[in-house]
Design a protein. Sequence first.
Length: 155
Amino acid sequence: MILVSSCLAGLKVRYNGTHSLDHKISKLIKEHKAIPVCPELLGGFSTPREPAEIIGGNGEDVLDGKAKVIEKSGKDVTELYIKGAYITLERAKEVNATVVVFKEYSPSCGSSMIYNGEFIGEKIAGNGVTSALLKRNGLRVISEEQFADSFDGII
Ligand code: SF4
């Protein structure tokens, strides 16, 4: 089974109430080859919500207590991000996920690049919190862009 970001499946769960529909991924859902998950909703957020970024490091640093996830207005939401990551990990185990396709740049789902914590649209290399946890537990996490490039090798 493939675990995918809900927003890539077309669900309007992004912070601003939109989706990031990827047609290859929604096709996988229709074929029952993939299951959608949104770590932020699992952590307790609702839609819409404030945008948030990782301050002072990357997803691994958040898991290790060395960095925080902060909303644009300054509220510390680190614990909810960590909670969502652990629930997502449990979900991945329940469905025997073989690969995870997550939305790039998200502070939860980013798997190569995330925003730099200054809310200025600048990106840096790094994992989001959930991707970091899933990778630490041996799961293969790729972005929708990597998935598009290697579609035939994965399916
Ligand atoms: Fe999409 Fe992940 Fe953000 Fe949820 S947490 S809206 S699945 S990128």
